[in-house]
Design a protein around this ligand. Structure first.
Ligand SMILES: CC(C)(COP(=O)(O)OP(=O)(O)OC[C@H]1O[C@@H](n2cnc3c(N)ncnc32)[C@H](O)[C@@H]1OP(=O)(O)O)[C@@H](O)C(=O)NCCC(=O)NCCS
Length: 183
């Protein structure tokens, strides 16, 4: 088992495959579509070129079975912080500390880049991820609340049909801030 830096050419497809579970679990009602994956692939290519973003993969017996995506961002309150955009461990390997090790790899990079804090967004419905984050030392700062106003609410929107001209497209990691330009 080892954790190595993401290689766009070798690892893009498997990291895209992981997005089905990540997004459908964290955003109940959301369906990962080909268009979503194409957008996500574009973001991964951009991240690969950016000095403010870095990904690592978990490789076991030559197979990629997890990954973590970190970014250095400027948020509304912090000029310079680390942000975990995405983390994943394959189902058969969960509960063995791989998630924790991936998280620590990204945190170590944030630290060496001079970021005083690591941040992330979490879904309240994802108990495994919440447990991982809390055990790793994260605590809640803000809580996004919602209330159903009609029957339609909560069924999710059709990603392929939505109007992306009005709102910011933010499929990767619900990033609350802007990425810091390369350091
Ligand atoms: C969240 C996730 C990355 C955790 O990975 P993991 O390798 O299982 O995590 P670890 O083994 O390092 O576990 C760390 C802690 O998480 C918690 N945890 C892990 N698996 C758990 C489970 N099945 N049930 C409850 N808590 C669990 C535990 O608190 C654990 O600490 P402990 O072993 O000391 O008790 C993994 O469940 C996953 O990939 N989920 C789907 C993708 C996702 O939702 N990602 C998060 C949003 S991007």
């Amino acid at each position: 088992m080892h954790i190595r830096q993401f290689d766009l050419r070798r690892d893009l497809q498997i990291v895209l495959q992981f997005q089905h579970e990540i997004y459908e679990r964290n955003f109940p009602g959301f369906k990962v579509t080909q268009k979503f994956l194409n957008d996500f692939a574009r973001q991964l290519r951009a991240a690969d070129r950016s000095p403010a973003e870095r990904l690592w993969v978990l490789e076991i017996a030559g197979q990629v079975r997890g990954f973590v995506w970190g970014a250095l961002i400027t948020s509304m309150v912090d000029e310079f912080v680390g942000y975990i955009k995405n983390i994943y461990v394959a189902p058969e390997l969960r509960g063995q500390g791989h998630g924790r090790r991936l998280l620590e790899t990204a945190e170590e990079w944030f630290r060496t880049e001079g970021a005083p804090k690591a941040t992330l967004d979490a879904s309240m419905c994802n108990q495994q991820a919440l447990s991982l984050y809390i055990k790793a030392g994260y605590h809640g700062e803000r809580l996004r609340m919602e209330k159903s106003l009609n029957e339609q609410f909560g069924r999710g929107i059709d990603y392929d049909r939505r109007d992306t001209t009005q709102r910011e497209s933010r499929p990767a990691g619900q990033n609350p801030g802007s990425e810091r330009p390369g350091r």
